[in-house]
Design a protein around this ligand. Sequence first.
Ligand code: SF4
Length: 401
Amino acid sequence: MASDGEFEDDWLNSAEVLAVASAVETGTINSANPAITVEMDDKKRARSRSRSNSVEIIESTNPTKYLTPYDRFRKKSGFLSATDVSDIQWCAYKKLYKEIQGGGWIRASERVQSIVGDTGAQINVDTNKALAKEKIMDKGSAHHTKMEREMYDIADDREMEMEIYFDKRSDYYALWLHNCIVQLTTLAHQGRCREFGVRGLIDGQILQGDIDELCLDRKTGMVRVVDDKTRVDGKMPRYQNSNNKAQLMVYRKMLTHFPSFDWQAWLESCGINMNEHVSTPIVRQHMLQNGETDLRLCAILDRFKAATQIILENIDNVVELRYHCADGGTYIGKVEIEFDEREFKRYINEAFKFWHRGDYKGVDIEDGYFKCSKCEFEESCEWLTLQHTRAVEKNKKNKKV
Ligand code: SF4
């Protein structure tokens, strides 16, 4: 069972670690990874990093590492996504490496094959592993798109798709509010809606994301957050990863804030003039077709607030993971998870520690085989190098006693 707990040093005494240490020492495992260099000369450049009960001084030749990950990778956009929180639960090192590579949205074949980690080590990327993962993710995306098209009765015709460019930020927010109204209306009429865009403030940080599906239970009036996952083996997973839970809990938390959140104050703080009219032609046309005659942002916000207060009044405390086959999309089964405030806070704290303080760790030893063996950064991962070094030292110490 994967542990979601804080990192503890006790595992250094485990049989697995001691076996690895022994193998490294005797040369059975020939690690090509560069050793971590600890230099104390230039104290201004040295930095301490706390990982629970351990403190390491790690020297880097990479000047950008002195910025927090948020400053390096998210300052421009000004927000974190729900997956920016949940990915930390999988492995913060992996998240960092993917960001250094340019972000997960770059196709695997176009990503750089070598990056420099925080310790200055060169990290080689196994492109074959990245390509294999991308192939699975593409199947999942195709399944998501198919379900969305079926729900909104959209023709499966790529030529019908169009990109919308905004001259003003107010137009962007107007479209988002309008889309939410349309989706909430669909939820009320059809009992479900898909790809619902949520955003909000958690501990002063803007977070946003797209919820795969909202389902309305007409008997109780409760709305449930659902996330769809695809499985290559066509079977239910044997245990739940904390990253899936974190993603769903962030969505649910943001959704519960929707009816009461002061959207006007927030939009105004973003520099939006609420009296502006929507100016993007295609968006104006769509709103008019939907019977909206007042196209000022304040009027759209009023309609949005009314919809959220009626439809999102009761959010189910249970969130749901639904599994489908990667090939063909056949339904496999579902897992229901109770929202837990303490667990949610822990996910947020760990994610914000990474993004805002640059304080992070890699996978726990018991998850190493499951997570690292599939990871494209495994060959020269700094976290694994650090664990091997520690294990060797520990083994030497134990021999001396
Ligand atoms: S090899 Fe393991 S510890 Fe390193 S980045 Fe990948 S998942 Fe994380």
